[in-house]
Design a protein around this ligand. Structure first.
Ligand code: RTP
Ligand code: MG
Length: 156
């Protein structure tokens, strides 16, 4: 048996509010790892947007804190493309908790740029169906408006 060829796949990458001060380094690492950045935009989620985006975590103890963090400042949304892109991006992210990332994946983005268990620099979709849904949320919702900085509004 030949090894299965890894399929080219799109995923949603986010640079979270705490990661934005390191956006240049994170984008550099994304390119260096062989991803194509096919789409990119900087937006700020409203608390309601964040609740919708993370609705799969509704009811968990960290949900409110997560949603207020995710709407606390600008974020960068990217459509990332690579062979086996969903898993490849999760590997580059490292474990969810920054301390775990530092211990287990010291070269990961979360090890370098994360802060704690909630503020962990970046997000990645976890499966093909959530990748499609999350890409749609940021790049294919024509009537959805996110607020930008300084009172401006970015509409997609
Ligand atoms: P993400 O969805 O952001 O890529 O992260 P993940 O899959 O590695 O982790 P997940 O379990 O989906 O959790 C989503 C985000 O919620 C925050 N979180 N805080 N105990 C906590 O305080 C806690 N646990 C999770 C993190 O920001 C995590 O990335
Ligand atoms: Mg997740």
């Amino acid at each position: 048996h030949q090894a299965m060829e890894k399929q080219r796949a799109k995923t949603l990458g986010l640079i979270k509010p705490d990661g934005m001060k390191n956006m240049g380094k994170i984008v550099h690492a994304i390119y260096r790892s062989g991803f194509l950045i096919n789409k990119m935009k900087i937006v700020q989620l409203s608390p309601a947007d964040a609740k919708q985006f993370y609705s799969c975590h509704k009811g968990k103890p960290f949900y409110e804190k997560l949603c207020s963090f995710m709407s606390s400042g600008p974020i960068c949304a990217m459509e990332l493309v690579a062979d086996d892109g969903i898993a490849k991006w999760r590997t580059l992210l490292g474990p969810t908790n920054t301390a775990d990332a530092k211990a287990k994946a010291p070269n990961s983005l979360r090890a370098h740029f994360g802060t704690d268990g909630t503020m962990n620099a970046c997000h990645g979709s976890d499966a093909p169906d959530t990748a499609a849904q999350e890409l749609n949320f940021f790049f294919n919702s024509p009537r959805k408006c996110f607020s930008g900085r300084g009172g401006s509004t970015l509409c997609i």
